[in-house]
Design a protein around this ligand. Structure first.
Ligand code: CAA
Length: 394
């Protein structure tokens, strides 16, 4: 067993940390307060290759592994979770979904633009009445021979206002249940696509989240992803990978709160010594460090399983569940460690606390992750420790 990162991993981690601390940090409080979309920062992220990290070089991407992506997500999420959710959706839902399941024409047409950041993508699964219960799709795509006619409403769509490409999940044959669901690539400027108001959110406030309406949108048949009826499995398989990205985001949030808490508590004095030397604070830091290390093992393991081509569905849900719960718990503690300073924007921890909440909700709530994990257990994945070279199950 090795816990070492290779040269490429270390280089990506250092580049992401440098970008987050020096480029993202200076304006992050203002962007969050004003709900200002990070246009220039996202442009730079595209230029630096953070928006198509795992896309093959032949389609304009970085050709990196999931582990590199996770390390970059973690560093960027220590600072700016609006930027990291935009990055996560573009990389692990949109680019990965198209590259893994799309046709050669779809890959050639769309991936270079998405990987460079010229286009940002969005993943349009959730609906007003289909959130956790993702099979209850009301959006319809009616087969008209060489095209489909798409009608419906999607909500809570990350990148909803800025994305040029939507991956839309829709019901094509209600009688077939989830086997009658398909996924489509829809361009945002096609007739009939309209975007609702930007949501005013608790956290990740400068990312743009919208409702999107589709009214008689003509979608060419060549824009369907996979065989007829593959859409629900496409969404589930894509989300399994996406959850590793959100797990890395949560890990970064917890890590960012921890780093700020260490710095503050080693400087701030009370009762004649640094507050880190008081047991009340020292124990909080110890709990944080332990949970972050545990979350890190789960997140890196899920990335490693994906990179090895092994089953990672249960592992990604475990990583997301554990890391997001740790992020929520320990950002609250970070605010407490900072006392009154923690309650004001200037010290960053209140924003991380607000950002942590969404990691327990999007790409499947904590309750949904428990469903996925328990269903994997009932399928025979008992998650008993590694035996021989089998890092998966016994
Ligand atoms: N991989 C492959 N296939 C899968 C799968 C996976 N991970 N999970 C399920 N399936 C398959 C099942 O095998 C089954 O196929 P068959 O009938 O052919 O055997 C089919 O899909 C239906 O599965 P279930 O019976 O398990 O379906 P369910 O209705 O009970 O729902 C669920 C399962 C896990 C609860 C699912 O609905 C789910 O994940 N819900 C949460 C949705 C979600 O995460 N939404 C997030 C929105 S996107 C977002 O947040 C992006 C953003 O902008 C940040």
């Amino acid at each position: 067993m090795t816990f070492e990162l290779n040269e490429e991993h270390l280089a990506v981690q250092a580049a992401a940390r440098d970008f987050a601390q020096n480029v993202l940090k200076p304006g992050v409080i203002e962007r969050d307060s004003k709900m200002e979309y990070p246009t220039e920062q996202i442009r730079q992220m595209g230029e630096l290759g953070f928006l198509g990290m795992m896309v093959s070089p032949e389609y304009g991407g970085g050709g990196m592994d999931t582990m590199s992506y996770v390390l970059a997500m973690e560093e960027i999420s220590k600072v700016d979770n609006s930027c990291s959710v935009i990055m996560s959706v573009n990389n692990s839902l949109v680019c990965w979904g198209i590259e893994t399941f799309g046709t050669e024409e779809q890959k050639q047409k769309y991936l270079p633009r998405l990987a460079s950041g010229e286009w940002i993508g969005s993943f349009c699964l959730s609906e007003p009445e289909a959130g956790s219960d993702a099979t209850s799709q009301r959006t319809t795509a009616i087969d008209q021979g060489d095209h489909y006619i798409l009608n419906g409403t999607k909500n809570w769509i990350t990148n909803g206002g800025t994305s040029k490409l939507h991956l839309v999940i829709a019901q094509t044959d209600a009688e077939k249940g989830h086997h009658g669901i398909n996924a489509f690539i829809v361009e945002a400027d096609w007739d009939g696509v309209s975007v609702g108001a930007k949501e005013d959110k608790l956290g990740i406030r400068s990312s743009d989240t919208h409702t999107i309406m589709y009214t008689d949108v003509k979608v060419p048949k060549e824009n369907r992803i996979g065989e007829d009826g593959f859409g629900f499995k496409f969404a589930m398989k894509t989300l399994s990978g996406g959850r590793i990205g959100i797990a890395a985001q949560a890990l970064g949030i917890a890590g960012g709160a921890y780093e700020l808490s260490i710095a503050y508590s080693q400087e701030r004095k009370a009762f004649g010594k640094e507050i880190a030397k008081h047991q009340a604070i020292g124990f909080k830091l110890a709990n944080m460090a332990m949970d972050i290390e545990a979350a890190k093992m789960l997140v890196y393991r899920a990335a490693w399983l994906k990179d090895q081509g092994l089953d990672y569905t249960g592992a990604s849900s475990m990583a997301k569940l554990y890391a997001s719960e740790a992020a929520m718990k320990h950002t609250v503690e970070a605010v407490q460690i900072h006392g009154g300073y923690g309650f004001v924007k200037e010290y960053h921890v209140e924003r991380l606390m607000r950002d942590a909440k969404i990691t327990q909700i999007y790409e499947g709530t904590s309750e949904i992750q428990r469903i996925v994990i328990s269903r994997n257990i009932s399928k025979g994945q008992h998650y008993i420790p590694v035996i021989g070279n089998s890092a998966v199950t016994v």
